[in-house]
Design a protein around this ligand. Structure first.
Ligand SMILES: C[S@@+](CC[C@H](N)C(=O)[O-])C[C@H]1O[C@@H](n2cnc3c(N)ncnc32)[C@H](O)[C@@H]1O
Length: 198
């Protein structure tokens, strides 16, 4: 069972939703086999080392522009200028190996040679990164990218980095979720509408 960081119960960024648990560190779901945890998790020898702080680059804001495809939802914005190629925030959530077909906050972290997928699902628990929107319908291209990294403790993380250009103060941070992410949703919608005619 994962231990609770004492900061997690009280410290949350402004506008954090009440139904979502704020986490500084990933949690490991019971569906993650020990051998996978050994590959992606922190090394036991590194326990007790420092935890990830709040993201100093971003603020969560409600999207209010009517032309924005996620108007009424939230997005992640730069609180100050972010230089090119800067680590902004890690995508924190629940590390899992089971199916999360209905989560819009599930990101792929790792795939084994045998085809087992490891995901990070921030639907019920996560950090600021769960609010990053996709660039489609908003800007011509993303200004940030997902890239993996290892922490000082050796834990595999999917992180958000600024791309080759600086992100201006107040600008929305936008990534690409990838064509597969959108394809999976359009297929899901088609099946739902087909089902509704039955
Ligand atoms: C990971 S969440 C991003 C945060 C979300 N906007 C929120 O307030 O919780 C993914 C969801 O954001 C919305 N979204 C993100 N990018 C979008 C885009 N380019 N067009 C339409 N909806 C988008 C969709 O509702 C999607 O299911």
């Amino acid at each position: 069972m994962s231990t609770i960081n004492p900061r997690e119960s009280t410290s949350k960024p402004p506008r954090w939703p009440v139904h979502v648990q704020y986490c500084f560190e990933p949690r490991y779901h019971s569906s993650v086999p020990a051998e996978i945890r050994a590959l992606v998790g922190p090394k036991a020898s590194a326990s007790g080392t420092k935890t990830t702080p709040f993201c100093r680059w971003t603020v969560i804001r409600r999207v209010t522009e009517p032309s924005h495809p996620a108007c009424g939802e939230y997005g992640l914005y730069a609180v100050k200028k972010i230089p090119p190629r800067t680590h902004i925030v890690d995508y924190i959530g629940e590390i899992h190996c089971d199916e999360r077909l209905h989560s819009d906050y599930d990101l792929s972290l790792y795939r084994t040679q045998h085809g087992l997928s490891v995901g990070v699902d921030a639907f019920a628990m996560g950090n600021e990164a769960r609010f990053v929107n996709d660039y489609r319908g908003i800007k011509a291209k993303p200004n940030a990218v997902f890239e993996e990294r290892r922490t000082h403790a050796g834990e595999l993380r999917m992180s958000i980095w600024s791309s080759n250009e600086a992100i201006k103060k107040g600008e929305e941070i936008l990534v690409s979720y990838g064509k597969m992410w959108w394809h999976a949703r359009s297929v899901g919608k088609d099946q739902t509408s087909e089902g509704s005619h039955e």
